[in-house]
Write a new protein. Structure first.
Length: 173
């Protein structure tokens, strides 16, 4: 009991020094920690990445808003939030993700906001990215293109004609 009273005592004394009505200021202070506690627990609800083991062979497309770690073989396109290609993995198809970490082999196009090829990566295809990192030892055959929105396949083609009719020119004319 004695330690609890010590914990509670500094709060009202600090509030009393700041305002003339300690009871009025104590109520918002007690409400704030409760709302912060709920906000702090919300991010913990994120599910773990789905792992496709090294003995798994998938033929078909994969699509999720979550994270995927591939250790096996996928023949098809993959769309995810965070995609990690393991050292034993082989992907034959287009890969699209916010974050792509490549440790294994991809034969096909890679689209990502952040793309990272580690030293064990083997990529045969084009990479369309916003930011890219290629470690020493990575093997890459293809072209690299930077786009502000690499996740949209037609993003660069649609953005090019848009600057021609400028909104500033319309009110003046």
């Amino acid at each position: 009991m004695f330690s609890k009273s010590k914990i509670n005592e500094p709060g009202p004394k600090d509030d009393a020094a700041k305002t003339s009505t300690p009871a009025a200021s104590a109520q918002p202070a007690s409400a704030a920690p409760k709302s912060n506690e709920f906000k702090a627990s919300a991010p913990k609800a994120k599910p773990p990445a789905s792992v496709l083991s090294s003995d798994l062979h998938i033929t078909g497309n994969l699509k999720t808003t979550g994270d995927i770690q591939v250790e096996g073989t996928v023949e098809g396109d993959i769309r995810a939030h965070l995609l990690t290609i393991g050292e034993t993995a082989t992907i034959k198809g287009e890969v699209t993700a916010d974050d792509v970490v490549i440790n294994g082999r991809i034969v096909g196009r890679v689209r990502g906001l952040k793309v990272r090829l580690t030293s064990t990566a083997r990529v045969e295809g084009d990479i369309i990215h916003k930011t890219i990192a290629i470690e020493s030892g990575a093997h890459f055959e293809g072209s690299v293109q930077r786009q502000d929105d690499p996740l949209n396949p037609g993003g660069a083609k649609q953005a090019a004609p848009a600057p021609a009719p400028k909104p500033q020119g319309q009110p003046q004319g």
